[in-house]
Ligand binder design. Structure first.
Ligand SMILES: NC(=O)c1ccc[n+]([C@@H]2O[C@H](COP(=O)([O-])OP(=O)(O)OC[C@H]3O[C@@H](n4cnc5c(N)ncnc54)[C@H](OP(=O)(O)O)[C@@H]3O)[C@@H](O)[C@H]2O)c1
Length: 322
């Protein structure tokens, strides 16, 4: 197991340094088509979670600049209001709105969903971007490990509760979940809250991000007749407040080599704009193309099929508990 774990980390490091940095983006962007990003999406309602900072901010701004109606879901009112006025000023789009919700709390996601549903609007695009890497074990007031609560349970709750509104926008509705290449280092496991004594936030984050990719596959299969597409993606390694806070050593050692937040958001926006026939529901995307979900010889392949059914059932039970 030690050798396998070491191999996963080494393979991820080498692959990541070549592909996930700014130079990787510049190299891959030689194949990008400018026309892919030219669609205007007036009249489309988009929800972006964690939209006050980093990749979420750049995503909300990119969608607003193309005429969409954007609902920025943020946990902090002050930070949310600052970001909202920056995006309105930069894009000239007044159809950008702020919604306050702490995604780590299922009760809060439920009240957001019920508030939002009462608007009677279809949701064309849900971007599950809010995420964090908490290095120490912390527990939410609902009793869940914090990384899990935001990255997995919050993402699950938001998607499931928005589904009726996404169906209203079918067949053009889509859910884009911002996962991470970090998931390459972890197989899917049923141990959702990291029960071991030696808590490791980086490993827990990687496990959470693996769950997002596997859940995206599961949703694609479960809801294939509902006209909603499900996509997970990796933004690459982007310079954001979240990376600086959670991974200061990584951030410092790659100074000048990280992507901008706009480069991190590029594939999110691309997934939002492409005709759905061009995309594969359940797929994992990176730099405007479908990407593998497993690294060679990493031993993570079989884990999705083994555990995703029971994980989805567990999450459903947790969602109905509160
Ligand atoms: N940057 C990278 O290199 C990278 C690489 C792979 C994946 N990602 C993923 O990209 C996404 C965005 O990360 P980022 O790098 O842009 O980091 P960031 O700047 O820290 O942005 C994260 C956003 O999520 C919000 N958030 C965190 N916990 C929340 C909660 N409980 N309720 C509501 N919102 C919450 C944050 O709000 P506050 O400002 O209030 O904290 C912030 O708006 C994450 O899912 C991350 O895992 C990033």
């Amino acid at each position: 197991m030690f050798i396998l774990k070491t191999w996963r980390s080494v393979a991820f490091g080498i692959y990541g340094f070549k592909n996930f940095t700014k130079s990787g983006f510049l190299e891959h962007s030689k194949n990008f088509k400018a026309e892919d990003m030219q669609a205007q999406i007036e009249g489309k309602n988009c929800i972006v979670t964690g939209a006050n900072s980093g990749i979420g901010f750049a995503t909300a701004e990119g969608l607003a600049s193309r005429g969409a109606t954007v609902f920025m879901v943020c946990r902090n009112k002050e930070k949310g209001e600052t970001a909202l006025s920056q995006i309105r000023a930069a894009t000239g789009n007044e159809n950008v709105h702020l919604e306050i919700c702490d995604i780590s709390l299922t009760s809060d996601v439920k009240s957001f969903a019920s508030r939002f549903s009462s608007k009677g609007l279809p949701v064309h695009i849900l971007v599950n971007n809010a995420g964090l890497l908490e290095n120490d074990r912390q527990t939410t007031s609902e009793g869940y490990e914090m990384n899990f609560a935001v990255n997995v349970l919050g993402t699950y709750a938001m998607t499931e509760l928005m589904l009726p509104l996404l169906e209203k926008a079918a067949p053009d509705a889509r859910v884009i979940t911002v996962s991470s290449g970090g998931m390459y280092t972890a197989p899917l496991t049923e141990d959702l809250e990291f029960s071991g004594n030696k808590f490791n936030g980086v490993e827990q984050y990687a496990r959470n991000k693996r769950v997002q990719v596997a859940l995206t596959e599961k949703w694609a299969e479960m809801y294939k007749d509902k006209g909603v597409g499900f996509y997970s993606m990796h933004p690459g390694w982007a310079e954001t407040p979240g990376v600086a806070k959670s991974l200061p050593g990584f951030s410092k050692s790659l100074e000048g080599k990280l992507r901008s937040k706009e480069e991190g958001a590029d594939t999110v926006i691309w997934l939002a704009l492409q005709p759905k026939e061009k995309l594969i529901s359940g797929g994992f995307y990176f730099d405007r193309a479908e990407a593998p979900k497993h690294l060679a010889l990493a031993g993570t392949n079989g884990s999705h099929a083994s555990y995703i059914h029971s994980i989805a059932a567990n999450l459903r039970a947790l969602l109905s508990r509160l």
